[in-house]
Design a binder for this molecule. Structure first.
Ligand code: FAD
Length: 88
């Protein structure tokens, strides 16, 4: 089933020079199987773009999910995530 969620960034930290971990708030009812991914809608000046990210946290953890994002030099989403702050 596809659901749309407006999510808040709960936590963001760099794991390496090019990989960032980002925890997003989701409803307690949000459930998934290992291997599933989410599609993030990213605002740009030219409109919204969509990028897919695997869910890196355990489904047993409720109310939040972790994404591990490898930043690509010059990438649209990569540039956006670089500037994302906790609470956004
Ligand atoms: C099912 C699925 C799950 C995914 N899960 C993850 C995930 O968990 N973590 C994650 O970081 N990404 C994941 N991706 C990739 C992610 O969706 C984006 O494609 C990636 O973040 C690059 O987006 P961008 O907008 O920054 O780069 P773009 O602006 O789309 O691309 C910029 C340039 O970089 C090149 N490029 C794009 N991706 C790569 C790459 N991986 N290596 C080298 N060059 C590249 C493009 O060809 C282009 O020239 C997943 C993709 C799919 C389809």
């Amino acid at each position: 089933m596809i659901a749309t969620i407006n999510s808040k960034v709960l936590e963001k930290k760099d794991l390496t020079a090019s990989v960032t971990s980002m925890w997003l708030e989701v409803p307690q009812s949000f459930d998934f199987e290992p291997g599933q991914y989410v599609i993030i809608s990213i605002p740009t000046v030219a409109g919204k773009i969509k990028r897919s990210y695997s869910l890196a946290s355990s489904p047993a953890q409720k109310g939040r999910v972790e994404l591990c994002i490898k930043r690509i030099e010059g990438g649209i989403a990569s540039g956006y995530f670089k500037n994302v702050k906790e609470g956004m």
